[in-house]
Design a protein around this ligand. Sequence first.
Ligand code: ATP
Ligand code: MG
Length: 709
Amino acid sequence: MAVPDVLSALDPEQREVAAALSGPVCVIAGAGTGKTRAITHRIAHGVLAGAFDPRRVLAVTFTTRAAGEMRGRLRSLGVEGVQARTFHSAALRQARYFWPQVTGADLPQIAERKLSIVGAAANRCRVGTDRAVLRDLASEIEWAKVSNVRPEQYPLASMNAHREVAGVDAETVARVYAAYEDLKTDRGVIDMEDILLAAVGLLDANPGVAEAVRAQYHHFVVDEYQDVSPLQQRLLDLWLGDRDDICVVGDPAQTIYSFAGARPGYLLDFAQRHPSARTVRLFRDYRSTPQVVNVANAVLRSARRDSKGVVLEAQRPPGPEAVFIEHPDEVAEAEWVAGEIGRLMTAGVPAREIAVLFRVNAQSENYEQALSDAGVAYVVRGAERFFDRAEVRQAAMLLRGAARAGDTGGEAGDAAAATAAVLASVGWSAKPPAGGGAARERWESLAAVIALAEDVVAAKPDAVLADVSAELDARAAAQHVPVADGVTLASLHAAKGLEWDAVFVVGVHEGTLPLNYAETPDQIEEERRLLYVGVTRAREHLSVTWSQARQPGGRGSRKPSRFLDGIRPGGGRTVPSSRPSRAAARKSRSMARCRGCGTALVDAASRKLGRCGECPSAVDVALFERLREWRLERAQEQKVPAYVVFTDATLTVLAETKPTDEAALSAVPGVGQSKLERYGPDVLAMCRAADDDAADTVPEQLDEKVAKK
Ligand code: ATP
Ligand code: MG
């Protein structure tokens, strides 16, 4: 690519960044304004114009994915040889190289099972913990280390930073932290933070090392600079020495990791620390429609100054209006979202271009269920599917055991209370743990299991634990269809840096966003920025939803998030609570009866078939085979696995009941609105044709094979 081409692909401000090849440059820019584009073009321009030797350029960022993205973009601009790395990988390379020179020994191994060392440290301090608390302790130690806080400084520092670790006081955290450091030394291993500390130590204490590194790298670029921690900043300062050929890029409004040690202050104060710095603001948003951009700007309007970022100007043509909708409860909310997703897919938006984003991972359960019900494939990003999570599997196992033993947890007569009593044995309590970490996520998962039990009781007041356990197992089975491609379900944290055509930001009510653990102004601001990150992931379709109650029929006392004040038009459209919700559907499902003999169906397989194991089936084999062939063609056409079109269970019911009109077809399990629209005409035509032919009966084996799927 000729030199002028690199610059001509940029807008005036981006060009200013790319053309400023020396001296400190600070880019403060909003989401989707081409930050990464501006710095990759700057490097390309520098290299192609002969001002940079590519081997003397170090570009750093925070995730392996982002570093890879940067390398890819540089390659496509025709630039080879530039180091684009994460802070960790750059530090590791330097530490591995210089450690032996300074100490005469190899850099210690990186601990493979860090959590077990934290566990041993907790044991040594006589702190009883479960895995979630261990994860929170490990995160807390990471925070302390990247914040340059030593164990003896921890109690004061954590108080000043309003830190809380579920159920563990600051003095104890400090003792576990100290024991953890000792144990690592005893075992001769280091952790990820030690790599940064080692690099800093080597550069700081050995002028020869510092000189060698500075001779290697002359030009520094940092993407996502709002995420830099004090320890990383220290390393960056050591790399630079007294030079100032550095370009940093960031968006203060996208700081969502300050709980982990990110300090956007370094970005905001850059010009003070480097008085000769050129500061450029990028404000043209190339990602989203004006409708989405309006919402993004509005979210920041009442933000505190340090989270304000820049006011975005949309560059794309207009699209649909953003939608704000209140729902009576979370089940109805998820059901509505699934319906909208079906509509979008029918209109041609591919599933992988659609995302549902939420605050805590436990919120995914309702969406996993609603999408499964609608027959829409999904992937859970950054977390396991709800029923695969350790605490949920454990809860299901305990409930199964208690149900078999006829145990009521001492709460005869109320299966929901009995469920809570059983879960109390693994540490469930009605009050959530302090802090917003892994212990909180675990609590939310268990709360979702209890909510599910309350659902079962609402549908069937005389339900017993066995019903709750059966419902859990049935759902786990129905949702257990891993796919490679589908609608994305992700937490707002896991969505950072990604984009989709359609985004649903859900659960935007007080208590969830902001999450009720957020109390200090800093914590509240971080929650607001999470909403900003969520909203700015959408290219075209944006829906923001919340619900008045957690449970169907629950007290609708929840308020929409304060962050939506002045944003939702006319207070937001409310879906009337009289609208039939999935609670009703679930009720009828819980009462599912065999088509043959009318007995209640309890296990998942027979519910899917709508027939008990005793009754003979009347599957039209020829129709079943025709449906299968048709399904294969559709699946190949759409490049999806066959079950994404219809599962075997659905085909069996179709071949058995032969629906001939839309109403009958939509009553078949697995035929949601979107499938009805997409496949209805084909399926009805096949069923009608088969209805005219003589019916045949399927051998029992085929039926069993299907039921096991
Ligand atoms: P984020 O805040 O999510 O990190 P960003 O500011 O780094 O976003 P980029 O990823 O660089 O933004 O750009 C967003 C999208 O806009 C990309 O698809 C990019 O190619 C496009 N884009 C950026 N600048 C321009 C431009 N001047 N002309 C056309 N497209 C552009
Ligand atoms: Mg970027």
